[in-house]
Structure formats: C-alpha cells, structure tokens
Design a protein around this ligand. Structure first.
Ligand SMILES: [Zn+2]
Length: 393
C-alpha cells in the first residue's frame, strides 16, 4: 500500500481535552481520592509516539483536520446539545451530559475529532486516498443526537456516515469493536436501512441495557443493526470467529460503499474498563480483515477512528497493531503478548460460540429472513466502482 493512499489524521488539541480530576471514570467527590480520569491524553500521545518511533506513521500521509462546522454537527446532533458542549467547555469545567466532563479545550477537541472523521470519510470517497486512521479524542460512539455521554461529546463516526451519505455514498457499514456498546451510533441509525451498524462488545457492560441481540433495527431499518454481545472473558478466538462468521457475511450481504470502523482498543486483556482478553494480534488481525473486505466490497474505501482505550501501558501497542495492519505491515513485536496469549480463555469457548451461532441462525441479515431493502438508484460516489450488491440471495 503506497504512502499516498493512506491518511493519518490527528491534532494536538485533541490531546489537550481532559475530563478533569477524578479516579478512573468517576470525578472527584465523596469517597473519590483525586488521581485522574481515564481518557486523559498523555496516553494517546504516547500511542502516536510509538507509531512514529516504529516508523509506521512514515507509511501514512499526515493530515491535520479542520474543526467540524455546525452544519456537519447538525447532521446528527440537535442545536441544544451543541450549545451545552460549547457552554460547559467555555466555563472551563463541568459535565456536558452524562459522565461527559470537559475542560476549556474540549469543545475544540471534539470538533476536531468529528472534523477528522468527516474529512477522512470524504477523502476516501473522493479517491484522494484509500484508507484513513483518525487518532482522535474525545471518543464518539456513546454520544446521542441530544446528549453527550460517557466521555463522548459528539458522535464522530455517526456524523462521518451522514457526511458520506451527503456526498453520495449509498450504503455505509459501521463496525464497532470498542468493548462498550455504541448506543449513540445505534440510536442515530436504528431506522435507517442504508447504514448497517455492527457492534461487537462485552455483554451488559455499558450502557448496561443496550446492545442486545434482539435490537436489530426498526421500521425501514429493520435488520440494519447487528449486536454481538460477547460474554466477559472473550479473547482472540472469539473475536476472530465473530469476524469470520458474523462480520464478513453481514458485510457481503449488505454491500456497502464505505466502511467505517470504531476502532477502540479497550477490549484488550490489560484494559481496566473491560473484561476481555484481546491482544495486539487480535486488533491487527481484525483490521487486516476489514481492509481486505474494503478491497472486495468498497473499492478499498475504509476509515478507522480511535474510540476507547484505557490501559496506559498497552494502548500504544494496540494502536500500533491496528496501524500496522492498515499499512499492510505484519503484526508488531509485542513485549506484552506473553502475558495474555497463553491464557486458556483465548480460544473460542462454547458459551461464546452460542452467541455467534444464535446470530447466524436468527439475525435477519445472516439468516436471510428479512434483510434491509436496498436503496433505489446507483451510488453517486465518484471514482472507482462501488459494487453495492444489496441483499443476500
Ligand atoms: Zn469503550
């Protein structure tokens, strides 16, 4: 993959977003000794540092995003929501929603995070490059149209998907392998037959009552939501089985023009927020699979955006594994791998297999009972052909 075909979006201000003093995900208050909240971004800067030090970012064209406009944000969010984020940030501190704490720089960082994803999506649709990686903060997938939630201020990839539709993409696949369920992405597109949302997450983690197998879309969007709630303790084998048996056939059945990946790395075996066992090899393998699928289905158009990731020491290696796969490089040498790869839970377990088998048999897109209807008319995406093959036979 030549350098000119790969884009790397990041911005210094994204690293200046800080949810303030706290401990873990809880702000300072009764019983909470000040330490720091997760998603303080020396960690993410370190991730970019490792990618640079390893030479992997040399394979990409480095691009600086411009902030998303109100017009972009309003593709998904209501005006009151934008005003709340701006006001909380201008005040220098506070909660812009539900567990969505901000500092003075957060509103600008959030617009830059959305801007990166929108510009990456439109860039691949224009044919300026094939693959893009957005190393952005704050994350986005919990943010709903009318409220910020759980570190997420604006829904970066939901806005990018809407911007892609505005640009002529007929069908967009969003795959989300963050360990939490992307309730904001799901809610945005729940009745949209032209955006397939697939989430692979830890069952019952956060939001607790969100992301169940029976949530499959509604109205015209029936069948266009596909939740894979894996039991806690799932590892490399379970995630690769999901890719092989759920994601690949669902993507082929759907026939997207563009693939967006919410590429959180908090399903790792060292992450404090989840109870999964993934390694850098898992993320490298899943990323490679998605790039191959893009080559097969979308003319190569694919955008990855960082979401969650809270292990200070392991996150950089997980980002490196993801970025290496985007660049077509082998999985990196991982000094932390020995602590995870031998664990017996890394193999697909029977109770994990049952979730996958249930979806194979019952989800409308996989069982072929009621797939979403394809939109009328050809794709308006410029350049390379987009198969857009529609529904399964
Ligand atoms: Zn997460």
């Amino acid at each position: 993959m030549s350098t000119s075909r790969l884009a790397w979006y990041s911005h210094e201000i994204c690293f200046w977003h800080d949810p303030g003093p706290g401990s873990g995900y809880v702000p300072v208050g009764p019983g909470v000794e000040p330490l720091r909240q997760f998603a303080v971004d020396p960690d993410l800067r370190r991730a970019e540092g490792l990618a640079k030090a390893s030479g992997v970012t040399d394979r990409f064209t480095a691009l600086t995003p411009t902030p998303a406009s109100d017009e972009d944000l309003l593709l998904v969010h209501v005006p009151d929501h934008i005003e709340r984020v701006e006001a909380a940030s201008a005040a220098g501190a506070g909660d812009a929603g539900v567990y969505a704490y901000v500092n003075y720089h957060s509103a600008q960082a959030a617009r830059l995070a959305v801007g990166a994803c929108v510009q990456a999506a439109t860039g691949v649709l224009d044919g300026r490059f094939d693959r893009a990686y957005c190393l952005v903060r704050p994350p986005g997938h919990h943010a709903e149209p009318d409220r910020a939630m759980a570190l997420c201020l604006y829904n970066n990839l939901a806005v990018a998907a809407r911007a892609a539709q505005r640009q002529g993409a007929r069908r967009v696949l969003i795959l989300d392998w963050d360990v939490h369920h992307g309730n904001g992405i799901q809610r945005t597109f729940y009745e949209d037959p032209d955006v397939l949302y697939i989430s692979v997450h830890q069952e019952g983690l956060f939001p607790a009552a969100s992301g169940r197998v029976l949530e499959t879309g509604a109205g015209a969007g029936a069948g266009s939501t596909l939740n894979v709630p894996l039991p806690a303790g799932s590892g490399h084998g379970a995630y690769l089985a999901v890719m092989d048996r759920i994601v690949e056939p669902a993507a082929r059945a759907f026939g997207p023009d563009l693939i967006l990946v919410a590429a959180g790395v908090d399903a790792s075996g060292h992450d404090p927020m989840g109870r999964m066992l993934c390694t850098s090899r898992t993320f490298h393998s899943m990323t490679s699979t998605m790039c191959r699928l893009a080559d097969e289905l979308t003319g190569g158009r694919i955008v990855f955006a960082h979401e969650g990731g809270y292990s200070a020491w392991y996150q950089p290696m997980l980002v490196l594994g993801t970025a290496s796969a985007i660049a077509g490089l082998p999985a990196p040498q991982d000094p932390f791998l020995h602590s995870l790869e031998h664990l017996p839970g890394q193999r697909l377990q029977r109770h994990q297999d049952r979730v996958i088998a249930h979806l194979e048999d019952h989800h409308p897109l996989l069982a072929g009972s009621a797939p979403p209807a394809p939109a009328a008319g050809p794709s308006a995406v410029a350049g390379r052909s987009a198969p857009g093959t529609g529904v399964p036979t």
